[in-house]
Design a protein around this ligand. Sequence first.
Ligand code: KG4
Ligand code: ZN
Length: 348
Amino acid sequence: MKDEPLVLGIETSCDETGVGIVRGHTLLADAVASSVDEHARFGGVVPEVASRAHLEAMVPTMQRALDTAGVTLADIDAIAVTAGPGLAGALLVGVAAAKGYAIAADKPLYGVNHLAAHVAVDTLEHGPLPAPAVALLVSGGHSSLLLVDDLANGVTPLGNTIDDAAGEAFDKVARLLGLPFPGGPPIDRAAREGDPASISFPRGLTGPRDLERHRFDFSFSGLKTAVARWVEARQRAGEPVPVNDVAASFQEAVCDVLAVKAVDACRTHGVDTLVIGGGVAANSRLRAVAEERAAKHGIRVRVPRPKLCTDNGAMVAALGSHLVAAGVRPSALDLPADSAMPLTVVSG
Ligand code: KG4
Ligand code: ZN
């Protein structure tokens, strides 16, 4: 529909420079330039390298998005940008660019929360989110369960990881197994050839005592250590490490805990829609396990397609579009980049 807002979103919180364009809930362009190859040999994202790569990719990625959508900056109704959380230097590049474009083209600017954007992106695929919904947000930096009423009014955190994030666990275990960075996709692939029941790895914070204090919290560092010990024991014994079986058993433990807790959160709060977002939501086994567990309780699972799960500009545009439609006031032009932006703040 022509009268829905045309919103451009800019994402630079980590290693992807993303520019997305949406009209209402319709995705028109999703241009992404990744610096992941430049970080691979370090086994993690190097902040300074990421910032420099954003600087180089910003203008061409913007042009690619505008060309794909067949619009010019003058046609855009509002510009949204990830203001946090993320790497400070990386965020600054996106926020500074967004301010420049907003001032040059005289457009309202919305500084938005990256995590809320990971939830909002699902609206591009499955339409408006029913209220309330439970969101499971699993990325390289976060693992959270949230109660979402209207994204424009903020979210209510139900639980968080108390140590490693789910994606971080994938990345660390991949490294142990000699698989490349980022570890999620290669573990996902290796696990398809392995037996998920071959090794029994721990499910963090699922014991009866944990459920009292940490019912909706996650812990993955014990699991990562258990995988490391198991692999070391094999290597000490001079035996080969069955990479596919370890990957499958590790992945099963992560997906099991995520799905059990997400379904428990839905049932506890009387919610029948679970939306999963963030890079780990691209995991094929998580999608299957969550659907299977949720279906038993009449809960519908919504997960965007894998390319929309990992960082991109379309998710920022999707949240911006929702804020514009809800009549939320734009951000001030001195909007800061906030590397520690709390989950409860949806726009700055
Ligand atoms: O959301 P995202 O792109 O960036 C952050 O905001 O952190 O998430 C990146 C994380 C990485 O840890 C990566 O290993 C993980 O998402 N990931 C996956 C898969 N694809 C990406 N984890 C498991 N399975 C996947 N297929
Ligand atoms: Zn992310």
